[in-house]
Design a protein around this ligand. Sequence first.
Ligand SMILES: N[C@@H](CCC(=O)N[C@@H](CS)C(=O)NCC(=O)O)C(=O)O
Length: 218
Amino acid sequence: MKITLYYFKIPFWRAEVTRISLFIGDIPFQDYRIEGDDYHKFKKSGELPNKKIAPFKQLPVLDVDGEIFAQTGAIARFCGKLSGLYPKNDDYKSALIDQIIEAAQDINFLVTLSGRDKDEERKKIARKILATNHLPKWFQFLENLLQQNTNSVYFVGNELTIADLAIWRLLGWLKSGLLDGIPTNILDNFENLNKLREEVYKNPKVIKWMDQVYGKVI
Ligand SMILES: N[C@@H](CCC(=O)N[C@@H](CS)C(=O)NCC(=O)O)C(=O)O
């Protein structure tokens, strides 16, 4: 099976969940990062370097033996099954992982929405509401789910899944200081989320990936 993942040249959760999952599972893939001319072509028409058109003119897109499909969750699940980080025959466990990926989508959408206003003052207010209201609320939901999975630092069962990778990278973005109005200490009160982050950072394959691809653990 020949796999190519198309995404932009950033370590964003939408792509990293799949990149790292494949890397952990030792599944060979081409990590195609769209930039330069490829980027302009994509922006204009949705055309990918393989000449196909991205179904929603968005990335990520996965190419499997010349057939493409999109959507972060669909891609992460497909690759998670290959790499052993998503169940193949356990519908309940799968649903528990799915709900976390969907929550990541909801959180991402709130962040995007809060940054959309062209008016700086209104954007500031939207970001304040995000930082003091929406994000803490969603972090608490996630914190509760971690707490309910007793005897494990992970979201589902006792082993790392794509749910943990997705939230780990999403949280890394949210506390990075790159988002206007979102303080870097936004996660300080969420003990279980911090434990999860630490645990993922301890994974030797995660460290190796980060070091190899970005030259540091980000
Ligand atoms: N629902 C989609 C959302 C994907 C999405 O919003 N992708 C953004 C980048 S993070 C995108 O491609 N935007 C179009 C663009 O930047 O031209 C998914 O789950 O993959």
